[in-house]
Ligand binder design. Structure first.
Ligand code: NAP
Length: 311
């Protein structure tokens, strides 16, 4: 195993490899129907075998199945090898899914996640999406109690607006924020990234590769039959334009003898408060490939050029 410098997440006592693993495809049959459970577990094992200790899952991936599969892999190994982040807020009401951030619901969801993960602590627990009613400092207050009880080690929120984040962090308890941020959606740069940088909150960007689009391997003829079939980035002219933009990264990758995906991931790590990344994968070789990001050194000129290409 190659030794990697670990980074600290926010003010927490969690230390992770800056390249983690997003697991919405691991058991995430509601999102990616074609990935079988055994391959999913192999992705997680490959990550842990190569020093990728930061695993990102959620109740809703599956639902439940992603956490269950990760739990099975954790059982095979020493629990301290992994820093497991999971999330909750989705509640099934009949056929409908709503979000609930009430303290009672979050506490119950943490108990449920602990069982599925077959562990007695969760390293990082996020409120996955905001609800409309619960004051966000009360929701985070419930997580603080769970932290004091040792059931979770760090507190996260995800998909919160800047105002919701400020309310959530009224008492300074938020360690990590997770939100969509990538070269095609840089809206977090306006308020969220400056806020997290100022308050020592790690910002974990999701969809770092725009579900594979920024990895530089799709063509306009690639057909998607999963979650991506409805994603606007993958539709018609927008898809073609996005592919053209990605092509502009090729010379930078080629000059460094690396791949476009690694250049993209390395660029995020140059942003203030983006301490770690959670690219997803569907093949073990993608997990290993993404680790090569850590070997990419971008010059200031290259950082600025990528900034300009995707401004
Ligand atoms: P992503 O990281 O942007 O893209 C991952 C996909 O890119 C892979 O499944 C694979 O797809 C392709 N890929 C990955 N590495 C590659 C490589 N080295 N070379 C070529 N292709 C590569 O998208 P994501 O997995 O949806 O998002 C990342 C994680 O963020 C999720 O797993 C999840 O944990 C989290 N997330 C959180 C939220 C939230 O609301 N908080 C929302 C979405 C996601 P193909 O093999 O199909 O090309």
């Amino acid at each position: 195993m190659k030794l990697t410098k670990l980074v600290r997440l926010g003010k927490s006592d969690l230390f992770v490899n800056p390249i983690g693993l997003g697991t919405n495809a691991v058991g995430g049959h509601n999102l990616y129907p074609n990935l079988d459970d055994e391959t999913g577990k192999e992705l997680v094992r490959t990550a842990l075998n190569h020093g990728i200790n930061f695993l990102d899952t959620a109740f809703i991936y599956g639902p439940k199945r992603s956490e269950e599969l990760i739990g099975e892999v954790l059982k095979e190994r020493n629990r301290s090898e992994a820093v497991v982040a999971t999330k909750g807020s989705h509640k099934f009401v009949g056929n409908q899914v709503v979000h609930d951030n009430s303290p009672a619901f979050l506490k119950q969801e943490v108990e449920n996640s602990l069982k599925r993960l077959q562990t007695d602590y969760i390293d990082l627990y996020y409120i996955h999406f905001p609800d409309q009613d619960t004051p966000k400092d009360e929701a985070v207050g419930a997580l603080k109690q769970l932290k004091d009880e040792g059931k979770i080690r760090a507190i996260g929120v995800s998909n919160f607006s800047i105002d919701q984040l400020k309310e959530a962090n009224k008492d300074g308890y938020v360690d990590v924020y997770q939100g969509e941020y990538n070269l095609l959606n840089r809206s977090a740069e306006k308020e969220l990234l400056p806020y997290t940088a100022k308050h020592n909150i790690s910002f974990i960007p999701y969809f770092p590769l725009v579900s594979g689009l920024l990895a530089g391997k799709y063509t306009k003829d690639t057909v998607f039959n999963d979650l991506r079939a409805k994603n606007p980035h993958f539709q018609g002219e927008a898809f073609v334009r996005n592919l053209e933009k990605v092509n502009q990264l090729r010379p930078i990758a080629e000059a460094k003898n690396t791949e476009v995906a690694h250049v993209v991931l390395a660029w995020y790590l140059t942003r203030d408060s983006i301490d770690a990344l959670i690219p997803g994968a569907k093949k073990p070789e993608q997990v290993l490939s993404n680790l090569k990001t850590l070997e990419v050194q971008l010059t200031q000129e290259e950082i600025d050029e990528i900034d300009r290409l995707f401004s």
